[in-house]
Ligand binder design. Structure first.
Ligand code: MG
Ligand code: MG
Length: 265
């Protein structure tokens, strides 16, 4: 079942998505070598609750925290913990919020201190993959056009696409139809129509595409232990250009003021 949203519903999803964007910016203010991922989780949860939102991931199928934080070779669904971030780490922070009955969902991969250039390139290309997917998210295109554009850009740059996890519709539920894979055939799949709201979230690996599940029941990691990057936006399908409901602008602004952080050029 596909849910097409009214403009009023889209505005609620925007409000939730902007709260996610600002929660990620709170993380951007404090992220540095030495901080634990549990501390980042607390910062985000406090901010979300102070702004009358509910952390969407907390207790979702039993997930124990408000953020999914996935470090280095962890792809997604990492559980915040007491291990401090180290100089040279990358750290994917995925955040979801429920407010006014609607969900928002967005993720950003941060660099921590000095990260090696090939990994920095992985982050840059993954963010470009997201942008390319969003460009295709207009009415009349097909779902496969989004998927293909992401896969093509990742693989043209020598990276690989995770197949086991995909983007998704979003609205009154955190995960709705359709699934939005980051790989696929141009011109295939569902025809996109205005009012469809989806989260596009490329998960791109520096090495091979295979992933394994860790023993905690949640964390997904690359099989070859090489780094993986993850960026995500929530957006509404429109005629000429998608309406991106989440934003990285607050994160980027916060990172400029974080003296520990080296902005990627
Ligand atoms: Mg997410
Ligand atoms: Mg998502």
């Amino acid at each position: 079942m596909l849910f097409y949203k009214t403009q009023e519903e889209i505005e609620y999803i925007r409000e939730s998505s902007l709260l996610v964007a600002k929660a990620l910016a709170e993380v951007a203010v404090v992220i540095r070598p030495g901080i634990t991922t549990l501390e980042l989780d607390r910062v985000a949860e406090t901010f979300i609750r102070d702004n009358k939102g509910v952390p969407a991931f907390l207790n979702y199928n039993g997930f124990p925290n408000s953020l999914c934080i996935s470090v280095n070779s962890q792809v997604v669904h990492g559980i915040p913990g007491n291990t401090p971030l180290k100089d040279g780490d990358i750290c994917s922070v995925d955040c979801g919020v429920l407010k006014n009955g609607f969900y928002g969902d967005s993720a950003y991969t941060f660099i921590v201190g000095d990260v090696d250039p090939e990994t920095v390139r992985l982050l840059k290309v993954t963010q470009e993959c997201l942008e390319k997917g969003i460009k295709m998210a207009v009415s009349g295109n097909r779902l496969g056009d989004i998927s293909y554009s992401i896969q093509e850009h990742a693989e043209n740059n020598g990276f690989s696409v995770v197949r086991e996890l995909v983007g998704h519709g979003i609205g009154r539920h955190l995960h709705e139809k359709p699934e939005v894979p980051n790989y696929g055939k141009r011109g295939s799949g569902l025809v996109l129509r205005e009012g469809l709201v989806i989260a596009i979230e490329p998960m791109i690996n520096l090495g091979g595409r295979a992933v394994v599940h860790e023993g905690d029941g949640w964390t997904v990691r690359t099989a070859d232990n090489k780094p993986s990057a993850h960026y995500e936006h929530t957006l509404a399908i429109r005629k000429d250009k998608a309406d991106v409901l989440s934003t990285f602008s607050f994160v980027e602004e916060a990172l400029k003021n974080n003296s520990q952080y080296k902005v990627i050029e």
